[in-house]
Ligand binder design. Structure first.
Ligand code: ZN
Length: 262
């Protein structure tokens, strides 16, 4: 299934057990990008079905389930590979080195790079302000956030706050895994008084029972229902037994711990 955002069409390709790869097509400028190719075969198959070539790979971080398809795709299409400058040695085939504030064009569309460390120390997100879409890898999930494999709670909290303040509420957000049902089950345990969350839980349950995707999401929906973005909320703090004046980052640390042991 494809979604159109301004001049950019996004095709979602399920891969491995629960990964999503995204193929981006700028139809007017005849440009094609792929985000986080965990595997090359499903990408090649979809590109062939669509009659497309490939101009560039965009990697949010170095994990194998986001980069394993890089070299085969680079070989086949002679495409560019964009990734975090500090992870040059960990991103196979990297040709373009990015960091906070880097900008490049996809077709005639400006792409902004945000450093969003926490899941890994070199995680980045791609924001397309004109089309109002963002690709956040394993930083922000539907009603969840990435595990802290390399970064600290402070880093991840700051990264999520950066996304919350940089991306307007009507931004469509594409994350890299279908983790939504388990995230939703956890979220209602730490934010039990949240009516928007209770409503969304039922929607998600219905989508997943039909094996439908819950990605993409929007910033608006996440701000209302994602516990990792609601660490300043008094009801959520009460729900997990923390004082009303507890610092947000401490609340985040606690919520992340609870999720890790859920
Ligand atoms: Zn990862």
């Amino acid at each position: 299934m494809a979604r159109t955002h301004g001049d950019v069409v996004v095709h979602t390709v399920p891969a491995l057990s629960d990964n999503y790869i995204f193929i981006l097509e700028h139809q007017k400028r005849n440009q094609v990008a792929v985000i986080d190719p965990s595997e090359s075969k499903p990408v090649v198959d979809r590109l062939e079905d669509l009659g497309l070539s490939l101009d560039c790979i965009l990697n949010t971080h170095h994990h194998y389930d986001h980069t394993d398809g890089n070299l085969a795709l680079k070989d086949r299409y002679d495409c560019k590979v964009f990734g975090f400058s500090g992870d040059s040695s960990r991103i196979p085939g990297i040709t373009h080195h990015l960091s906070e504030g880097s900008e490049f064009h996809f077709g005639d569309e400006l792409v902004e790079v945000l450093e969003t460390p926490g899941h890994t120390t070199g995680h980045i997100s791609f924001y397309f302000p004109r089309s109002k879409i963002a690709f956040v890898g394993d930083t922000l999930f539907v009603m969840g956030c990435g595990r802290l494999f390399e970064g600290s709670p402070q880093q991840m909290h700051a990264s999520l706050q950066k996304l919350a303040t940089t991306l307007p509420a009507d931004t469509t957000v594409y994350c890299a895994h279908e983790y939504t049902m388990s995230n939703a089950k956890f979220a209602i345990t730490v934010d039990s008084g949240n009516q928007a969350l209770a409503d969304r839980f039922r929607e998600i349950e219905s989508l997943r029972s039909q094996k439908l995707k819950t990605v993409p999401t929007t910033m608006e929906a996440e701000l209302k229902t994602n516990p990792f973005l609601r660490c300043g909320d008094g009801d959520l703090k009460r729900c997990i037994g923390m004082a009303g004046d507890a610092e947000e980052v401490e609340v985040f640390r606690r919520v992340r711990q609870l999720k890790d042991n859920f």
